[in-house]
Design a protein around this ligand. Structure first.
Ligand SMILES: Cc1cc2nc3c(=O)[nH]c(=O)nc-3n(C[C@H](O)[C@H](O)[C@H](O)COP(=O)(O)OP(=O)(O)OC[C@H]3O[C@@H](n4cnc5c(N)ncnc54)[C@H](O)[C@@H]3O)c2cc1C
Length: 414
């Protein structure tokens, strides 16, 4: 049976459902209805997302019904504990891992449940001490020579098998390139939902469900999503948003090596790893970020920002105004709908400090704002504010840093 149906004998062809549908999935093109003698509603199942807006609009006539099928065979009471994906690439644990363990340990305070980590790959045993040092109770590990770093099909299968066996109530991964590729595959395999790129996680005190909060509709609203009927409750967490777990003095956790799950053959062939080449360093990982906003006035003036970033060994960021103007690619955008960053030093040049920008950088350790408007809101979060013309100040700072470097070698960010 279709998951959404029009009951033709109830439909009066009033058009309310058509107006309510944000996905253009309904037309009045069905057979003429008996009640009003008008064409009745037809729902395009390809476009329909089962959002339920039309059912709400048709409350009076009850001509549209949704039959949500519930996944049978999953007893959600059997699930407990919080689990994280111990993502790694090219010989290192991903820097998001301590952050998701930190988030898991915060949730643990409400759930009183153990925190575990899934670690799969080839030669991954070396990461177990680090994982346990963050207070993880158990590391569920598959260390096998046939699991390649980039075999996401194999890794997804193994992670799914472990989840089905261990049954954690919550499973979290990083909102990274790997997490965004791996976790949807896992969610599809085990028939559960996934909330991507969460900026906040908490436990609903009345239902004890995971509240998964993330920006939606281009950042215009914050949506909180609950996974009521399926387990685990799965979410990816945006990098640099959660506080990293602190290391524990005497780790008590243990490593559980899993050898009975067979490793499937990968359908993917790894050809080559090509690192993105940028003159400056990766934005999210950078200790120093120099960002430009609309005050830069012209794309070619971003050269000033790049020079200061190069002099400090940092990365180039930007406000959305600069990105929207096409002066710099979106990958540099800092803020609510861009990247969240927490560098040691954030230098904002010609950025007013709109709330949507501030939420992406206000946790930086030291903020230097350069703006000619002394009332600009950026100064409210700045550690040091310089009121003046960025076209004079930015080159002067760059020059000073270069001189210092020439005298004393590369300055340390401390
Ligand atoms: C849903 C939504 C999501 C958004 N997401 C983001 C986001 O992720 N990131 C983001 O940044 N914004 C975001 N925005 C946009 C945000 O509201 C602001 O419009 C944007 O941050 C403004 O960018 P700006 O500070 O560069 O420009 P402006 O607000 O125009 O500020 C330019 C500043 O430059 C200063 N200036 C001008 N000339 C000079 C000079 N010669 N020397 C020194 N200072 C100078 C001015 O005094 C001014 O303060 C979002 C908005 C919405 C509605």
């Amino acid at each position: 049976m279709d998951p959404i149906r029009v009951i033709v004998q109830n439909c009066v062809g009033c058009n309310l459902c058509v107006k309510s549908c944000a996905y253009d999935a309904i037309t009045l093109s069905g057979p003429v209805g008996a009640r009003e003698g008008k064409p009745t509603a037809v729902i395009d199942l390809v476009k329909c997302t089962l959002c339920g807006a039309c059912v709400e609009a048709c409350k009076r006539y009850k001509a549209i019904v949704i039959t949500r099928s519930t996944f049978k065979g999953q007893d959600i009471t059997k699930y407990s504990g919080i689990c994280v994906l111990a993502e790694h690439r090219r010989g290192k644990l991903a820097s998001v891992v301590p952050e998701i363990i930190g988030a898991a340990r915060e949730l643990q305070k409400d759930l009183s449940a153990p925190v575990s980590a899934i670690l799969v790959g080839n030669g991954v045993r070396k990461y177990t001490d680090e994982l346990l040092s963050y207070g993880v109770d158990e590391v569920w590990m598959i260390d096998h020579p046939d699991v390649g770093d980039f075999d996401e099909d194999v890794q997804a299968e193994l992670v799914a098998q472990i989840l089905m066996e261990k049954k954690p109530e919550i499973f979290l991964g990083g909102g990274t390139v790997v997490g965004r590729s791996l976790l949807p595959r896992v969610a599809a395999k085990i028939l559960t939902g996934l909330t991507a790129d969460c900026t906040e996680l908490s436990i609903d005190q009345s239902t004890m469900l995971l509240r998964q909060t993330r920006p939606a509709f281009g950042g215009n609203i914050m949506a909180t999503i609950l996974t009521q009927n399926h387990r685990p409750q799965m979410a990816t967490v945006r990098h640099k948003v959660m506080k990293p777990a602190e290391k524990v003095a005497a780790p008590q956790g243990k490593v559980v090596e899993i050898t009975h799950i067979p490793v499937p053959k990968s359908k993917l062939e790894f050809i080559e790893f090509v690192e993105e080449k940028t003159a400056t360093v990766n934005l999210v990982e950078a200790d120093v970020i120099v960002s430009g906003g609309r005050g830069i006035k012209d794309p070619k003036n971003f050269a000033l920002i790049e020079k200061l970033a190069l002099a400090t060994g940092g990365a180039v960021g930007a406000s959305r105004a600069a990105v929207d103007a096409g002066w710099i690619p979106y990958s540099h955008q800092v803020g609510q709908t861009g990247k969240t960053v927490k560098p040691k030093v954030y230098i904002a040049c010609g950025i007013s400090g709109a709330i949507q920008h501030l939420v992406g950088m206000q946790d930086s350790e030291l903020i230097i704002a350069i703006n000619r408007d002394r009332e600009a809101p950026i100064f409210e979060v700045a550690t040091f504010g310089i009121v003046g013309d960025l076209f004079k100040i930015v080159p002067a700072i760059t020059e000073q840093i270069r001189k210092q470097k020439a005298r004393r070698g590369t300055p340390r960010v401390c």
